[in-house]
Design a protein around this ligand. Structure first.
Ligand code: ADE
Length: 247
């Protein structure tokens, strides 16, 4: 899969994605991250890319010309009109299911704004989908772009090897992941739950599923969908609910 990041700070993006699992995926050719420096496309002789907003107001705005010309270069490179995500706190909130959907694309363009944003005409001409990574305001779209690329990349077959694949479970079936333990058996007086040492895989699976339900109820109760539970799980879930309400 090819990611194309339009930014004023390409090094921020490359520095993060060049390490660890995404770095390995780039090395293996499973993903490609092309960065485009918007500044390279300005026709302004001093290399300016920002200006004051018409109508007044605080801060500076990224000008339409360098952003749009940069986009046209990206489009030309891809050879067709790609899907373009504009990183914006005003956008639709990024979720795991959005990551799953984006992972089906061959090319994805991520446009990073800075300062007070981008001249609306550039966004209109490009035809962007606005995407937010949460209800807070960052200084720029580079971190959101990296978050999205990371979340999408790990869904691409081959990117995660065996050692990392358990993390895939966090939102699997809409539940949070069960607690996990590694050696030693006792750490600072805390023992690994006995069931995990039993070698009984059926019991271990059952315990893990129950722990997922318990944890989701404690931390993210809004994620629970009872219709996904087996009869046994439903019974366990109702027992937890009764305990919670002090019955
Ligand atoms: N740019 C600034 N804040 C952002 C956010 N929360 N999500 C996406 N892009 C942003």
């Amino acid at each position: 899969m090819n990611f194309h990041v339009m930014t004023l700070f390409p090094d921020q993006v490359s520095a993060f994605l060049g390490e660890s699992i995404t770095g390995r995926a780039i090395g293996n050719g499973l993903i490609k991250v092309n960065t485009y420096n918007i500044r390279d496309y300005t026709t302004e002789k001093h290399g300016r890319t920002d200006d004051y907003p018409y109508g007044g107001g605080s801060g500076m705005l990224m000008q339409a010309q360098p952003v749009y010309d940069c986009y046209r270069a990206v489009e030309k490179n891809i050879g067709r009109k790609p899907r373009v995500l504009y990183m914006s706190p005003q956008g639709k909130t990024f979720t795991q299911s959005m990551a799953e959907e984006l992972a089906k694309e061959d090319d994805l363009v991520l446009l990073c704004g800075h300062y007070e944003g981008i001249d609306e005409r550039a966004l209109e001409l490009i035809g962007c989908e606005n995407v937010s990574i949460g209800d807070y305001v960052l200084t720029g779209g580079e971190m959101p772009a990296v978050v999205i690329i990371d979340a999408v990349s790990r869904l691409i077959p081959g990117v995660l090897h065996g050692e990392d694949s358990a993390t895939f479970e966090t939102f699997h079936d809409g539940l949070l992941e069960y607690p996990q333990y590694s050696r030693p058996e006792v750490f600072e007086g805390l023992r690994v739950p006995e069931i995990l040492l039993s070698g009984n895989h059926g019991k271990v699976d059952e315990w893990r599923r129950e722990q997922s339900i318990k944890r989701t109820l404690e931390l993210r109760p809004e994620l629970i969908d009872e219709s996904k539970f087996s009869k046994k799980e439903l019974k366990y879930y109702h027992k937890l609910l009764d305990e919670k309400s002090g019955l």
